[in-house]
Design a protein around this ligand. Sequence first.
Ligand SMILES: Cc1cc2nc3c(=O)[nH]c(=O)nc-3n(C[C@H](O)[C@H](O)[C@H](O)COP(=O)(O)OP(=O)(O)OC[C@H]3O[C@@H](n4cnc5c(N)ncnc54)[C@H](O)[C@@H]3O)c2cc1C
Length: 228
Amino acid sequence: MSLFLHGTVDEIEQIAERMRRIRITGPELCDLAWVPGMHIRLRVGDPRSPRSWLHGLLRTYSIWDYSPTGHLDLCILDHSSAGPGAQWSRRVRVGDPAAFTTPEGRLVLREDAPYHLFTGDETAAVAFGAILRALPPSAIVHGAISAEGPGDRLPLKRADRLTWTYRPAHLVEAVRALELPDAPGIAYLAGEARNCQAVRDHLVHERGWSRRAVVVKPFWAPGRRGMD
Ligand SMILES: Cc1cc2nc3c(=O)[nH]c(=O)nc-3n(C[C@H](O)[C@H](O)[C@H](O)COP(=O)(O)OP(=O)(O)OC[C@H]3O[C@@H](n4cnc5c(N)ncnc54)[C@H](O)[C@@H]3O)c2cc1C
């Protein structure tokens, strides 16, 4: 049995200035076990390069949205050091085949939290988007998200509860400035690795949160390729 699910690229939309939403459709995508926040590993090798097929080049992407009728949406950032993942998002066209692993991951909605704190960058906002959409209207939300500029903002639910901060401002400063309840909630931290570390240190050492209340998933780090 193949390790990969197969589908076809069905829609491509420029959802933000540097971010493409790419929909993959197909019968193999029906009724997957998916929890908001999960990711897949996508085959991004160039089909014209035998070497990349040989090495099965993969990059990891959060699922922005999923329908059990047979499609899922990814949002891929076209960052300035574009490696195979960002390059795939540039060259892919409607009708192209796509292969990827089944959804997985621990950066997922924790339903029983007293409140939910989202912090990360524009790549993290993809997983956050899925989690925010799944929260009941009564859920209490806080958040600080960093981006290169306003054009990188993704359309997120509960946007009035989220502060966007633009680099070079530091994400941890935006989190420090948030007025949070005294008792911890659950924090979802993702995106650039050093920011994840800085925000975790702030929550644990300055606000006294237990590590268990902080779900951390670094998505990328400067100079590292295909982190996962
Ligand atoms: C669980 C998980 C979920 C993820 N979800 C998403 C997602 O939904 N959308 C998304 O776009 N990415 C997501 N990522 C990051 C993604 O997997 C790749 O790391 C990213 O697309 C870069 O791949 P690349 O092949 O273009 O560059 P690589 O070959 O991996 O890296 C080349 C260079 O680019 C730099 N770089 C990588 N990412 C960025 C960035 N964001 N900004 C600036 N420089 C960067 C690297 O440090 C490296 O120096 C996720 C990662 C993980 C682990």
